[in-house]
Write a protein that binds this ligand. Structure first.
Ligand SMILES: C[S@@+](CC[C@H](N)C(=O)[O-])C[C@H]1O[C@@H](n2cnc3c(N)ncnc32)[C@H](O)[C@@H]1O
Length: 193
């Protein structure tokens, strides 16, 4: 099979952006912890003076992520929270530079617990409030599962209405791929000149 070298997964494209945004010592959020790959990545990026808040509603996600972080000695700079991202405002008081959403369901989990439109939108709203100027919210959206297209539509309806003087919103996705390729949305909070 032939392979691309540069235009690979949208989650890789995402990293090209957030790597420019996250600085050593920053506070960032993984809104959908899952198996902890993004949490681990963010913990490495913020360095030992930074901090990551990571949310999931499944015990399974917490267990698997905890193990991953312990192995890499990263546990001290991460708070694993067993609660929905829609409640992030209850846990975070300081400004954050980046929020990562990787929506859908936890791969290989017994139960198909999926992210849902109302709670996802609420979490995006909180994220945009907590975000510092020039901070970024990234959202990887999947539509191949039941409920996925509805979630995507709700998110698009919401972000399309964001004031362009306040936020830049960009979409990124493959337009020649079969089987519901994921979509990436990037939202940057604009800074006063
Ligand atoms: C695609 S997975 C995330 C993958 C993860 N970022 C990783 O690196 O492995 C989506 C996750 O969102 C979680 N989720 C669903 N509803 C949620 C909510 N309201 N708040 C936080 N997480 C939620 C699911 O339990 C699932 O683990």
């Amino acid at each position: 099979m032939k392979k691309s070298k540069y235009i690979t997964k949208v989650t890789d494209i995402n990293k090209l952006y957030i790597e420019q945004v996250i600085e050593n010592g920053d506070i960032v959020v993984d809104a959908t912890m899952g198996n902890g790959y993004d949490t681990k990545y963010l913990a490495e990026k913020v360095g030992e003076n930074g901090f990551v808040y990571s949310f999931d509603i499944q015990e399974e996600a917490i267990k698997s992520t905890k193990k991953k972080l312990e192995k890499e000695n990263l546990s001290d700079r991460v708070k694993l929270i067993l609660d929905g991202h829609e409640n992030m405002d209850k846990y975070i008081e300081k400004e954050i530079s980046c929020v990562v959403f990787n929506l859908g369901y936890l791969p290989r989990a017994k139960h198909r617990i999926i992210t849902k439109p109302n709670t996802t939108i609420k979490a995006i709203e909180h994220s945009l409030k907590l975000l510092k100027p020039n901070g970024i919210v990234s959202i990887a959206i999947y539509t191949g599962h039941e409920g996925g297209p509805e979630e995507k539509n709700s998110i698009y309806d919401f972000v399309k209405e964001l004031n362009q003087d306040e936020f830049s919103v960009m979409e990124c996705g493959f337009i020649n791929q079969v089987n519901c390729p994921p979509q990436l949305l990037l939202i940057e909070k604009k800074k006063e000149d």
